[in-house]
Structures are given as structure tokens and as C-alpha cells.
Write a protein that binds this ligand. Structure first.
Ligand SMILES: Cc1cc2nc3c(=O)[nH]c(=O)nc-3n(C[C@H](O)[C@H](O)[C@H](O)COP(=O)(O)OP(=O)(O)OC[C@H]3O[C@@H](n4cnc5c(N)ncnc54)[C@H](O)[C@@H]3O)c2cc1C
Length: 449
């Protein structure tokens, strides 16, 4: 590999904050809001033109159940519940009919609600601003370097939160990373005019998919979000790419869009003849499920998660199933707390069922929800740094469950409170009172028992 040397240059300091959060999905926004509500001066850096990450730029519109598997006890509240209530007031959220008790919302309205949080909590937001590097002095981070229309500048802060999904700050800090054996593939969601029933779609793809270069790939769609004549399609994948690599990401964006047109072309030819199929909106950023994971004090494992292991420093409660999009054979596997395992291939092509509890000889009552301790966010090299998001330290199965937004939202909130507690205590992040963080989260509305 060849290198060129950049000349040394002075970079102006554009902001000084107590807490600087990089990445503005709900994970990052909720970290920022929690820290700000405790009294911290917060800066938030986001490279896109809006907040919300995969939910808004990737058109993902479902938050899963806030209740345990009985549907009786509420186990998730905090900013997730507050946001759902605020969106409800705007007529932008409704409870789905599905047994999962999920909430479907208008993800474009979420952009506006997240802007409201920024204004109300006086967070200094930088949109269209790319995190480009950081400066640290030994084990203390001093500033992040950003690039935007003003050129290159620096944000100084007392504490930094990496909420970039891919862990861009973790990468630059050389925190030990790994990739799971299989990496869940990305998908490019889109809004389509016209509807297609799943049986006919399955036949069309199997018989004619090759004409447009489409494979018989598993996926889902949602009709309820934008009215009856607009469907959200989430049924493509781009395989064999790792989206924290620039060239893979570029290829994936283009291939995802190619698949959108191919899908619509097929429906125009073989779908319902009276339907007028067309592309209404393409996601503004491909939906990335998984890239790198970074090592922290605690690694989440599928076994502990599905057995519902409890932790004194728990900052997350959840029920969402293990959900693994296969990286190689166009299938998906779900594993539930009650033992059920189901795998689906293609568009209704093949299904398999099993039970992991029976297979492992586990008896007794299944757990009604799982937990995750604060230690999953904490590394022990940089005293004023924490990470939250899909870069989390988890094996394939645990990641499959934890990666959904009702879970990552809670980790964002925990990161914001831990940031404040670190600054307040003057201790390195790994020495803070973790029980106090949990108590503060609870006092701020989290449903932690
Ligand atoms: C197709 C698809 C469907 C899904 N369906 C669901 C679902 O129905 N329900 C559900 O709950 N979950 C779903 N998920 C999972 C969930 O959406 C994601 O795991 C979650 O949103 C990831 O959140 P995050 O904060 O870790 O990362 P992201 O959402 O990727 O957010 C990272 C943020 O950081 C910003 N950023 C990154 N790098 C930089 C940088 N260098 N400088 C500045 N800003 C930066 C990004 O622009 C982004 O806003 C789905 C995922 C995909 C891909």
C-alpha cells in the first residue's frame, strides 16, 4: 500500500461541550438527551441531513413490544415510550395487529420529533457533518475532528460517545474488534405504489426472477404505514459485502437500488394487471445490519440471553427474538425465549421448525424477558469514552436479538447517563458507580425493576 503525508495544519475549535455524541440515530439522540437532561452541555454530530439513522434514512418503521412475553408487565419505557407517545400525538404511530405487539410508525415524522428533542434540550446539533478523526492524549480523548461546509474543525469535550453504528471512533482508537462468523447482510428498503400478495410474489420470483437478476430471497413488507396503496418493501439483501468498507458500501447502495427497479419491472410484467406499480421512494441510506463488533468488559451471548440471565447492573430489558438473516442462503432464522426455532427460506419456499430448549434438554419455565448489563458498553482503555449501537460486543445469536431499536435505544440512554456520571464523579468510565447509573436511568423513566 502506498501513502502520502498530509501537511500539518491548524484546525479551529468550533465547539466545546461536556459530552460529544457522534452518530444521530435514536441511539445517539437518546444518549444526548439523557446527558442533557442531567445538566450536561451536549454536542451531537451526524453525517446525514436528519436524525434517526436506519429508522429514518433506511425507512424502518417498527419498534417491537415494550412488554414481557406474557404481554402483562411493561419492561421498556424511557425515551422509547416517550417518543412513541409524542409520535402518537402527531398521529404517526399505531399498535400493529401482530402477536409481537409491535408499534408501526411513520419514520419521516420521527425525523421531526427528534429535531424537537434537540431544540428542547438545547443540544448543539451538527448535521451534514462527518466525524473524521480524533485526538487523544494517552488514555484521554481531547477532541473529535469533523468535516462539513465550514471545512475541517474540532469539537472538544470532556466525554465522547461513539454511536456511529460501525464504531468509527472505536476503529480510530484501535479498540480490539472482531467480525462474527457470519455477518448479517444489508437491505435497501423502498416505498412502492401497488400491492402484491405473497403467494403470487413467490411464484413470480421463482419462475421469472432470473430475468431481472433477482434471487428467491426472504423478506418482509408492510402495508399499513403510508396507506393501502403504498407498500414498504424490505425484501432484498445485498450479499458478500461488509458495509464499513468504502467500496463494499458503494457497491451495496447501487446493487440495492438495482434490485428495487428489478423488483418493480417483474411486477409490471407478471403482477396484478390492474395495479400501477412504481417506485415512490428509495431509502436515502442502505440499511446496514452488521459490520464490526468491539470488545468491552462484557460480551453478550445467545445462551445467557435466551435463558434470561439477570444482572445487578442491567440497563436493558428485552424480549425481541434472535433474528438472523443468513449471509449465504437467502433464509432467516428466529429463536424465541420459549424455545421455538423457525427458519424460512426464500419467498415462502421452505420452512423448518424446531425447539432449542428441547434440543438442549432444558426444562422449567422459560424466561419472560432478557437483560444486558452496563458493562457491555464499557471498555477499559480510554477513560472518557463509551460506545452504544450495533457495534456492540455480542455473539451472532445475542446480536440477532439485541440489534433492534427498542434495545439499542436503551443502550443509548445508558451511555448518556454513564457519560454524565463519569464527568460528575471524575473517575474513569470503568470505575463509575454502575448501580447509580441504573438508578438514574430508572429515575429518568426507564422501566428497570
Ligand atoms: C433492513 C433493516 C430492517 C430492520 N428492521 C428493524 C425493525 O423492523 N425494527 C427494529 O427495531 N430494528 C430493525 N432493524 C435493526 C435496526 O434498525 C438497527 O440495528 C439499528 O437502527 C442500528 O442503530 P445504530 O444506532 O447502532 O446504527 P445506525 O442506525 O446505523 O445509526 C448510526 C448513525 O451514525 C451516523 N454516522 C455513522 N458514521 C458517522 C460518521 N463518521 N460521522 C457522523 N455520523 C455518522 C449515521 O448517519 C447514523 O445516523 C433493521 C435493520 C435493517 C438494516
Amino acid at each position: 500500500m502506498e501513502f502520502i503525508v498530509e501537511p500539518e495544519r491548524k484546525v479551529k475549535i468550533c465547539d466545546e461541550a461536556d459530552v460529544c455524541v457522534v452518530g444521530g440515530s435514536c441511539t445517539g439522540v437518546f444518549a444526548a438527551v439523557r446527558a442533557a437532561r442531567l445538566g450536561a452541555k451536549v454536542a451531537l454530530i451526524e453525517k446525514q441531513n436528519c436524525l434517526g439513522g436506519t429508522a429514518t434514512n433506511g425507512l424502518i418503521n417498527i419498534w417491537h413490544s415494550l412488554y414481557d412475553t406474557d404481554g402483562k408487565n411493561q419492561i421498556i419505557a424511557g425515551l422509547t415510550l416517550e417518543t412513541l407517545e409524542r409520535l402518537k400525538k402527531a398521529g404517526a404511530v399505531w399498535r400493529g395487529e401482530s402477536v409481537t405487539g409491535a408499534y408501526h410508525f411513520n419514520s419521516q415524522e420521527l425525523k421531526i420529533e427528534l429535531d424537537n428533542y434537540i431544540r428542547e434540550n438545547k443540544i448543539r446539533l451538527y448535521l451534514h457533518t462527518y466525524y473524521a478523526g480524533l485526538l487523544h492524549d494517552g488514555n484521554k480523548i481531547k477532541a473529535v475532528i469533523i468535516e462539513n461546509k465550514d471545512g475541517r474543525s474540532a469539537v472538544k469535550a470532556g466525554f465522547f460517545v461513539d454511536a456511529t453504528g460501525d464504531g468509527d471512533l472505536c476503529r480510530d482508537l484501535n479498540i480490539e474488534s472482531y467480525q462474527n462468523k457470519t455477518v448479517q447482510p444489508p437491505s435497501s428498503c423502498f416505498l412502492m405504489k401497488g400491492d402484491i400478495d405473497s403467494d403470487l410474489l413467490s411464484q413470480i420470483i421463482r419462475k421469472h426472477g432470473h430475468e431481472e437478476g433477482l434471487e428467491d430471497d426472504w423478506g418482509w413488507s408492510d402495508r399499513s404505514v403510508c396507506g393501502d396503496d403504498i407498500t414498504l418493501r424490505a425484501d432484498n439483501h445485498v450479499f458478500n459485502v461488509i458495509c464499513n468498507k468504502a467500496r463494499d458500501l458503494t457497491f451495496a447502495e447501487m446493487e440495492g437500488r438495482r434490485q428495487m427497479r428489478a423488483f418493480i419491472n417483474l411486477l409490471k410484467k407478471y403482477g396484478h394487471p390492474d395495479m400501477d406499480y412504481s417506485l415512490v421512494a428509495a431509502c436515502s441510506h442502505i440499511g446496514i445490519r452488521e459490520t464490526a463488533h468491539y470488545k468491552t468488559l462484557f460480551k453478550a451471548t445467545e445462551k445467557d440471553l435466551l435463558m434470561g440471565k439477570r444482572y445487578p447492573t442491567a440497563v436493558l430489558n428485552g424480549t425481541y427474538r434472535v433474528d438472523i438473516h443468513h449471509s449465504d442462503n437467502m433464509g432467516i432464522t428466529f429463536k424465541y425465549l420459549d424455545g421455538t426455532v423457525s427458519t424460512f427460506y426464500g419467498k415462502n419456499t421452505k420452512t423448518e421448525f424446531g425447539n432449542w430448549r428441547t434440543r438442549e434438554g432444558i426444562t422449567g419455565e422459560p424466561a419472560k424477558y432478557y437483560q444486558l448489563p452496563l458493562e457491555v458498553l464499557i471498555q477499559d482503555r480510554y477513560e472518557n469514552f463509551i460506545m452504544a449501537g450495533r457495534m456492540l460486543n455480542a455473539d451472532e445469536g445475542a446480536f440477532g436479538a439485541l440489534r433492534v431499536m427498542v434495545n439499542l435505544n436503551q443502550l443509548g440512554e445508558a451511555a448518556g447517563v454513564a457519560a454524565f456520571e463519569t464527568l460528575n464523579s471524575g473517575k474513569p468510565v470503568w470505575e463509575i458507580d454502575r448501580i447509580k447509573v441504573r438508578r438514574t436511568l430508572k429515575d429518568g423513566g426507564s422501566a428497570l425493576i
